[in-house]
Ligand binder design. Sequence first.
Ligand code: PNS
Length: 158
Amino acid sequence: MRKAVCPGSFDPVTNGHLDVFIRAADLADEVVVAVLINKTKSSLFDVEERMEMLREVVAPYPTIVVDAFHGLLVDYCRDHGIKAIVKGLRAVSDFDYELQMAQMNFRLAQVETLFVSTNPLYGYLSSSLVKEVATYGGDVSGLVPDAVLPRLYERVGR
Ligand code: PNS
């Protein structure tokens, strides 16, 4: 079975992330959406909440599963028989850091990284921007999945 991983913070998952998961599911038999457990980074939603939202969002796609990991992504890949990381590339600004990580992950464990070009509809989208806009009263409907929207508004006090 060919497995791929879509790693990230997903605080919270956006429609841009979902687009990447669905496209990854076309390339692999199973896609693991893996949430990084990073205790040093402050987040709006805790890991369990993020995983719960992700599970709801990917429920219609039986080959996409949700998990969490800490430490190196390549160690998670090795432990789970995963040989490919799939990421979305939004713009040139993503490229330098993504290429650096892809090269490091290949050097560490020969894990390949495949990039899908983000759907132009979501090219400007990020979890941080969505949180900022929601916090200051902007409309983020259509940018995050329906399962996320009410939780996001509630969390930012709307
Ligand atoms: O959504 P994010 O926060 O941009 O995702 C970044 C993530 C989780 C993909 C990246 O930070 C990562 O893979 N972290 C795990 C630790 C690791 O393996 N670091 C070395 C990367 S070369």
